[in-house]
Write a protein that binds this ligand. Structure first.
Ligand code: ADP
Length: 463
């Protein structure tokens, strides 16, 4: 799939989604705040208007009192006690007789009828527009009256309308600035990610060595890039191993095949001169090489199945002392042929494991000891049980292994002396198989060797 230069669609882009979410959350928050503000301001403005109406009733009572007599208003038509301040006021008697009316009330009658009971009411009237009336039962110099005062609502309504417009404008502006800022921020934050994508597109199997540049190792993208780099390093090691393994395997396979071909060609060239004995010898060595080839192929197959994790462990209680004695008995013939003293010393020891794999590991070690130790040497196999583990030591008086080879001794196809190892019939895979089989049992293989004195290979398996 082509990934180079591929960009996420506008709708799917993380950046867009981040900005949309951010703006949506901000919009809801601001909206709630605006509604809350509006409710509070609205309540305050209306309450103030009502307070003004009540204050006017009190103020009007005080102003009218000097003009009032026990019979009602004196000289009602000639005096305006409010100096024409434009207030709308009517004073009625409890029986519904109009006692006083201010000039403003005269000019703009409202048609609300006579005040019957105390109340506050909003209404519209020509000339007044939206207005609010208060009918209040009170008294002037002790005489009961009903007063009606009216105030225009226009100022309150205008202020509330302005508030709505201003909050809407402010909200829009805030959202615009926040979305713009969020977009810039998201772009900046995601730019390292885009760089990562560009770099990832250039990674191929041949160029797995790639390391992603990391600007800030502590931020999220940095952590991601570092994780990528670690994965890359691990992949690279695996690839390198696989590559080396197939190169080494091909090389190993060539040797017996070449030997078979050469032996065959030589007898064929001899033609009629060759006698039966010569043919027999050639066929014998071809069979020997074919056997070596078969064993190598079996080992390779086992290793590749192991790498793919396809080797199943058949776990059971395994008596290692019995198993070791068994292996030693099998190998005795080989040791005898070389005039070697092969001894075994065991204590009862049992582990939970796969008998087949454990036998393979021990056989490989004993077989190595016999093959590499010269005639007349000694090989001692011991089973002991130090704290919580079973230990198997295979000690020989062979040539030993120089210290510089020890770190790579268990690598596949690694040999200290390739020529000699081949001569004694090795594939270079024995120790890596030992290590793999013992690791499956959570165990450990180690080696202690002194050149010229001998080697001790040690297996430790938890009980
Ligand atoms: P090989 O099939 O060649 O024996 P191994 O993986 O079993 O491969 O061993 C790797 C190399 O380790 C051998 O080629 C040999 O050089 C060295 N080695 C293993 N066992 C011994 C030993 N007992 N004494 C000396 N060298 C050994």
């Amino acid at each position: 799939m082509e990934t180079r230069g591929r960009r996420p669609s506008w709708r799917a882009s993380l950046r867009t989604r981040l900005v949309v979410w951010f703006a949506a959350v901000l919009a809801v928050t601001l909206l709630v705040f605006a509604v809350f503000l509006h409710v509070i301001v609205r309540r305050t403005l209306w309450r103030e208007l009502d307070l003004r109406l009540h204050a006017q009733v009190d103020n009007s009572r005080a102003r009218l009192a000097p003009l009032w007599t026990i019979d009602g208003l004196t000289e009602p038509t000639f005096i305006d006690p409010f100096d024409d301040d434009g207030r709308w006021l009517e004073v009625w008697s409890p029986e519904g007789i109009l006692l006083f009316r201010s000039p403003a009330a005269e000019a703009r009658p409202v048609g609300l009828g006579m005040p019957s009971r105390p109340m506050v009411v909003s209404f519209t009237a020509p000339g007044l527009g939206h207005a609010r009336a208060l009918d209040a039962t009170t008294d002037i110099i002790g005489l009961p009256v009903v007063m009606r005062v009216i105030e225009s609502e226009e100022r309150v309504r205008t202020e509330l309308r302005d508030l709505v417009w201003w909050t809407a404008a402010g909200l829009g502006l805030c959202l615009g600035v926040a979305a713009w800022g969020g977009y810039r921020l998201a772009r900046r934050a995601l730019r390292p990610m885009e760089r990562l994508v560009e770099q990832a597109a250039s990674v191929t199997a041949e160029r797995l060595v790639h390391q992603f540049e990391v600007a800030h190792t502590d931020d999220e993208v940095g952590v991601l890039a570092t994780a990528f780099n670690d994965t890359m390093r691990r992949l690279n090691v695996s690839f390198e191993q696989a590559r080396r393994f197939s190169a080494d395997a091909s090389h190993e396979l060539r040797t017996p095949v070449t030997a078979i071909r050469t032996v065959g060609q030589v007898v064929l060239q001899a033609g009629a001169d060759a006698d039966v004995a010569r043919y027999r010898e050639a066929v014998g060595s071809i069979v020997e090489e074919a056997e070596r080839l078969t064993s190598l192929l079996d080992t390779l197959l086992l290793l590749s199945r192991a790498d793919a994790g396809r080797v199943e462990m058949r776990r059971a209680a395994v008596a290692l002392d019995v198993l070791v004695r068994d292996v030693v008995t099998e190998c005795e013939v080989l040791a005898e042929e070389k005039g070697q003293a092969l001894t075994v010393d065991t204590v009862p020891a049992s582990v939970d494991g796969d008998a087949g794999l454990l036998r393979l590991a021990i056989t490989n070690l004993v077989d190595n000891a016999i093959r590499f130790t010269p005639s007349g040497g000694r090989i001692a196999v011991r089973v002991s049980t130090p704290a919580g583990a079973v230990r198997i030591d295979v000690q020989d008086t062979g040539p030993g292994i120089p210290a510089e080879h020890l770190p790579r001794l268990f690598d596949r196809f690694y040999r200290v002396d390739a020529g000699r190892a081949r001569r004694v019939g090795g594939t270079g895979l024995g120790l890596s198989i030992v290590q793999w089989a013992i690791a499956l049992h959570d165990g450990r293989v180690s080696v202690d060797s002194t050149p010229g004195v001998g080697s001790t290979f040690r297996i430790d398996v938890p009980m």
